[in-house]
Design a protein around this ligand. Structure first.
Ligand code: HEC
Ligand code: HEC
Length: 311
């Protein structure tokens, strides 16, 4: 209704609704008052309608219970339209709204869970990770908010990092995980082809050097040729290629790849760079929930049972 500038349609729809209810009421009333001829010798007058050769429609009065139910329905309809929104733009005397009800329910739920989260907030994230109830909550939060991108098993996929393998783009400690949830992250690597010579051969040589860092299959001659040029990469990935967590530049020596470790994908990385973004969840999750969620994520690769995976 709020889509319309004038109030014409609101009045129009309201009028049709009210007239319909009155018409129903009148119909029931008029029909119930119509005189029905009494039965003669137990035979009720027929309306003259006959189906299937001998099925006749009789002219019986409406049953009382049915009639009263019909009146009650009309009264209920009117009462409902007075209390709740239903007549055009009229808001109803209870001022009820769907959003209002939702907000009330959320507020009630928060009241119940606030002490629970306050309790967890008072503990270290590593401590929270030992609480089975917190873990169950963390898993539910993960499946609701994170699994679309990181996968329901948290193992990620191309460009969405694996969160279960204790291999991190950033610091990887519990506070880092919580900070990432609340603030998101944006990893930027500029296109680097121009900085290393700009020909496809230069890019191919550098990709071979990157592969050599993790002892993956590579052409040693090409790798040696590119090695001195790695200085321009070192600013972010470190001179030894082991990555700099503060920049979010990953370790290139561990054979764990966010974008796949083929020579082709590494050449793409060098030629095109990245602008990879994780949205921030600060407006959807309060700090308590982020705390519990971080404990869950951290525990995936740091609990006693979890085995450290390398890819
Ligand atoms: C819309 C997709 C998307 C959603 C939803 C999402 N993430 Fe991410 N997340 C990413 C991307 C992309 C990155 C990698 C950013 C980068 O390259 O720095 C990332 C990175 C991370 C990292 C850092 C990983 C590392 O190796 O340092 C953590 C921790 C993380 N996400 C946790 C979460 C949690 C917890 C949730 C749920 C609240 C979540 N993410 C929801 C896309 C998403
Ligand atoms: C300005 C900083 C910066 C520079 C300079 C830089 N990188 Fe990166 N690089 C990054 C960041 C940040 C990422 C992570 C992108 C992401 O998380 O999505 C990355 C990712 C990569 C990846 C993908 C790793 C994977 O796990 O799939 C490769 C390969 C790579 N860089 C190679 C290089 C090479 C080779 C150079 C030099 C020619 C270079 N980078 C220069 C910041 C940089």
């Amino acid at each position: 209704m709020s889509d319309f500038v004038s109030s014409f349609w609101s009045h129009y729809v309201s009028a049709i609704t009210i007239i319909s209810i009155l018409a129903c009421f009148l119909l029931a009333w008029v029909t119930s008052r119509a005189k029905v001829p009494p039965a003669v010798d137990g035979v009720v007058e027929s309306t003259g309608h006959v189906w299937d050769e001998n099925l006749r429609e009789l002219n019986n009065p409406l049953p009382r219970w049915w009639l009263y139910l019909f009146y009650i329905t009309c009264v209920f309809g009117v009462g409902y339209l007075i209390l709740y929104p239903g007549l055009g733009t009229f808001k109803g005397t209870l001022n009820w709204t769907q959003n209002g009800q939702y907000d009330d329910e959320v507020a009630k739920m928060d009241e119940v869970t606030a002490p629970l989260f306050a309790g967890y907030m008072a503990q270290d994230i590593a401590e929270v990770a030992k609480d089975p109830e917190a873990q169950a909550m963390g898993e539910r939060l993960f499946l609701t908010y994170c699994s679309q991108c990181h996968g329901s098993d948290a193992r990620g996929s191309r460009s969405f990092p694996n969160l279960s393998d204790n291999d991190w783009l950033g610091a990887g400690d519990p506070e880092y995980i919580k900070h990432t949830v609340l603030n998101g992250r944006n990893a930027v690597m500029p296109a680097m082809a121009a900085a290393i010579g700009n020909t496809p051969a230069d890019v191919e040589a550098m990709a071979n050097y990157v592969l050599s860092l993790s002892d993956s299959r590579h052409d040693a001659i090409l790798a040696a040729k590119a090695k001195p040029k790695f200085a321009v990469c070192a600013a972010c990935h470190g001179a030894d290629g082991k990555g700099v967590a503060a920049v979010g530049a990953p370790n290139l020596t561990d054979d764990t790849w966010l974008y796949g470790g083929s020579r082709k994908s590494i050449e793409d990385a060098i030629s095109n760079g990245f602008n990879n973004r994780m949205p921030s969840f600060g407006n959807l999750l309060d700090e308590g929930k982020a705390h519990v969620l971080a404990a869950y994520i951290w525990s995936l690769s740091n609990s006693d049972e979890s085995t450290t995976q390398t890819n």
